[in-house]
Design a protein around this ligand. Sequence first.
Ligand SMILES: [Ca+2]
Length: 359
Amino acid sequence: MNCVWLIISEPGSRIHLIFNDFDVEPQFDYLTVKDDGISDLPPLGTFSGNEVPSQLASSGHIVRLEFQSDHSTTGRGFNITYTTFGQNECHDPGIPINGRRFGDRFLLGSSVSFHCDDGFVKTQGSESITCIMQDGNVVWNKYTCFCLPAPCGGHLTSSSGVILPPGWPGYYKDSLNCEWVIEARPGHSIKITFDRFQTEVNYDTLEVRDGPANSSPLIGEYHGTQAPQFLISTGNYMYLLFTTDNSRSSVGFLIHYENSCLDPGIPVNGHRHGNNFNIRSTVTFSCDPGYTLSDEEPLICERNHQWNHALPSCDALCGGYIHGKSGTVLSPGFPDFYPNSLNCTWTIEVSHGKGKNLI
Ligand SMILES: [Ca+2]
């Protein structure tokens, strides 16, 4: 067989090819990719076998793909996607699966960065790439990274993170024996929260222990859909062991761990003072001029990894006492509509001998 495809884009643009799959008989069957319409250029590549070629970019706006197969032995063939891009532009670098991209400008000089989702780790490639000129070509200086699930087990020392079984977000694998030790700083406890839990009943089990080793006191053994909402360690270690038998699997679990309180947020029309969310730390709040804080008590991160009360709000109240050289008076509920049937009185007090200007 001899097949030819021409990809023709707007004059002045270029074509980027990504090989998603490639499998043809080595040596005898092959695919040739060429810049078309530009004479004297060697082919962009000739490919055979089952190694998936890396991505390619054309010099011109027409690409010619020629596939040649002989009379015997075949394979899956290939799956190629293409995008087009301008002369002073790099190709769309894509978004890693299980990750995010920051930045959507691909012009010469632009940079984009990548971030893997919680529970996934960066492999190969780079977290940040820049579109540069190299030997007369406009290209990314590095490859886009890949995000792969974190390995089965490990020693986790960051202040928060996610634990996932191998295979996530698909079903977990058979015959696993994954051991995680979470370590917080001395004096801190660890809280794990089960956001999702489903394993094969009786046979695929998550064991949680209150300490650093498999000899530490057992907190619980969980399987099926029976898992608590959260667990808290007494010391600064927690031990998790996930074992699966050799048949039937399920989605597994998504467990968050943290050794501090979660970000309490910032009230609308207000500010937070303090960015330390560790156990026993305190944060306070203040409001923009004209607003009153609903609760002056500071928030304290308690040992159960919860703040001692809810985030206060900043409210525009009906009436009040205002003191000082300058200030702001807001109608109740501002900037929302004020309620009906109001009668609000504000007392404004300034130093003796001074009048008041209401602007
Ligand atoms: Ca199983």
